[in-house]
Design a protein around this ligand. Structure first.
Ligand code: UN1
Length: 512
């Protein structure tokens, strides 16, 4: 088996065979049961991690509470300086971390490196933002009064992330949390514990070099009970949750029940409309990358193509041809296009979805299937497939985290937009067209109902500078760029009277 330098990268990132899964700053401890992480790439054991127990949890929360008392008092631009240093460290470790992401999660090395690049980009973004946490000033209705608003740190931010972006989503939340003066506790996916430990090791260097309190950043590799505790805990001001709609619904109601704040990044069911005025070459590239990139395991993966009847056959034939050229295999080998799914459980779900689709009447024009034999020993490699379907099929309404692409035919743009919107999810959407009227209608209030709507690019690969998130069952949260930082702070309106009398608002008279 070619090693692709993975052993060396693991060593550089401080990953051992046996690890403790709770870390406050650079200090590791854990007293829960041990879990193992296997690579979907070659099925090999990466290592073992002792998980966090309930008593470990309590230590983490208390350290975080203590750290917050100090950290919130450090001026925001100084906190930005800490984030700047994190960005520099990530540049140093980019190759190693990108490789680990690829090996533990299974996405291509290019996409692993791209994910680390997103971490670096959000750090840069946050550094500038640390001097721009602006509120408005407004004119008071009372003479000699001044009104303005300001944003204050919130407290502890609990970050619960999924396996598919095992490092970037932590960085989006952490970089913003830190400049906003919050401390973070990260509960990563149990499927990618080493990505989390590697990030924590990198971050711990920054804390140490700046003599900062360790409780500013903690990690708990743990089973879902600990995630549940975090969600229920009144001491945690904000929960940023990335994962399934099913779990997100529980997180949302639990956090709302204690009047906490939450940011939800749940499932997507993203479509590209390919119009009769589309550039077909661009459409094929956008669609194929969107559908098979990360083996269809992005929230923003392209799941549906809604194609105009006049170009339907051409698009279909070209897709079949393109899929015939896809190379499936070790994602660390850069000549391969498609890596494995995360685990055998995901493979089962992929097979189930194909079965359901066929049962409902779906016609597969590129057949799926699980690969076996040499180089596919992990059992996680599957064939990207394409089916012609109706949008109303139950399986088409559902997000399957796998490379299954559905084709749907349309006649009018209104019909295409209605199909695009007729799913429970509302994350990402796109139209391929060179027709200005079509593009503008798609982006208008009568157009796409998603949090992300693109013209002449695919559904995946959003830049960090925009707010990222979606509507409906995607959960409504926004993170990353634009003014998403406002979710991470509490807002306060201040009115100051600099006169010697006390006029009441709304002209109310009250004499004593
Ligand atoms: C996700 O799939 O959870 O737009 C996030 C993209 C990435 C982020 C995806 N920047 O594909």
């Amino acid at each position: 088996v070619k090693d692709f330098g993975i052993e060396k990268s693991l060593k550089n990132l401080g990953i051992k065979d046996d690890n403790k899964g709770t870390s406050v700053g650079g200090k590791y401890f854990a007293s829960g049961k041990t879990i193992e992480s296997y690579s979907p790439v070659d099925g090999r054991l990466i290592g073992k991690v002792k998980t966090s127990s309930e008593s470990d949890y309590e230590k983490v929360i208390q350290s975080a509470q203590k750290a917050f008392q100090e950290f919130r008092l450090i001026p925001a631009p100084k906190r930005g300086e800490v984030v700047r240093q994190l960005g520099l460290k990530l540049r140093e470790y980019k190759d190693d971390l990108g490789k680990l992401v690829s090996y533990e999660m299974g996405k291509s090395l290019q996409e692993g490196l791209g994910e680390v690049q997103e971490m670096i980009d959000i750090c840069d973004f946050a550094v500038g933002l640390s001097r721009q946490l602006h509120g408005f000033t407004m004119h008071s209705e009372r003479p000699g009064h001044r009104m303005y608003e300001q944003y204050h740190p919130l407290g502890i931010v609990g970050i619960i992330t999924a396996f598919n972006f095992p490092v970037a989503v932590w960085a989006w939340n952490t970089a913003l949390s830190w400049i906003c003066g919050n401390v973070t506790i990260w509960k990563p996916s149990e499927k990618t514990p080493f990505c989390a430990i590697a990030c924590q090791n990198i971050m711990a260097e920054v804390l140490k070099e700046n003599n900062l309190s360790e409780g500013i950043s903690s990690v708990m590799v743990a089973e879902h009970e600990i995630g549940q505790k975090l969600v229920e805990d009144k001491r945690v001001s904000l929960i940023s949750f990335t994962g399934s709609t099913r779990v997100g619904r529980m997180v949302s109601t639990t956090v709302a029940g204690r009047f906490g704040k939450s940011i939800l990044e749940l499932g997507g069911n993203n479509a590209i409309i390919i119009s009769q005025d589309a550039d077909i070459n661009m459409s094929i590239i956008g669609a194929v990358f969107g559908a098979v990139g990360t083996a269809g395991q992005r929230c923003t993966s392209t799941r549906r193509l809604i194609i105009h009847e006049s170009v339907y056959d051409e698009v279909k034939n070209r897709l079949v041809k393109a899929y015939g050229q896809l190379k499936i295999g070790n994602p660390l080998d850069e000549t391969n296009h498609v890596g494995p799914l995360i685990d055998v459980h995901a493979v089962n779900q992929y097979e189930e979805s194909i079965k359901k689709c066929k049962k409902e009447g779906g016609k597969f024009i590129v057949e799926g299937g699980v690969l076996s034999g040499k180089d596919y020993e992990s059992g996680c490699y599957v064939k990207p497939c394409i089916a012609e379907v109706k949008n109303s099929y139950e399986i088409v309404q559902h997000e399957t985290f796998a490379p299954i692409l559905y084709l749907i035919k349309y006649k009018t743009l209104d019909e295409a937009i209605a199909i695009q919107n007729d799913v429970p999810q509302g994350l990402s959407s796109a139209i391929m067209t060179q027709n200005l009227r079509e593009a503008e209608l798609f982006l208008s209030h009568a157009g796409s109902d998603c949090g992300i709507a693109n013209v002449n690019i695919g559904t995946s690969g959003a830049e960090i500078g925009g707010a990222f998130g979606g509507e409906k069952e995607t959960g409504g949260g926004r993170e990353s760029g634009s003014d998403a930082w406002k979710y991470y702070m509490r807002r306060q309106t201040n009115t100051i009277n600099y006169t010697t009398s006390l006029p009441l608002a709304q002209g109310i008279k009250f004499d004593i």
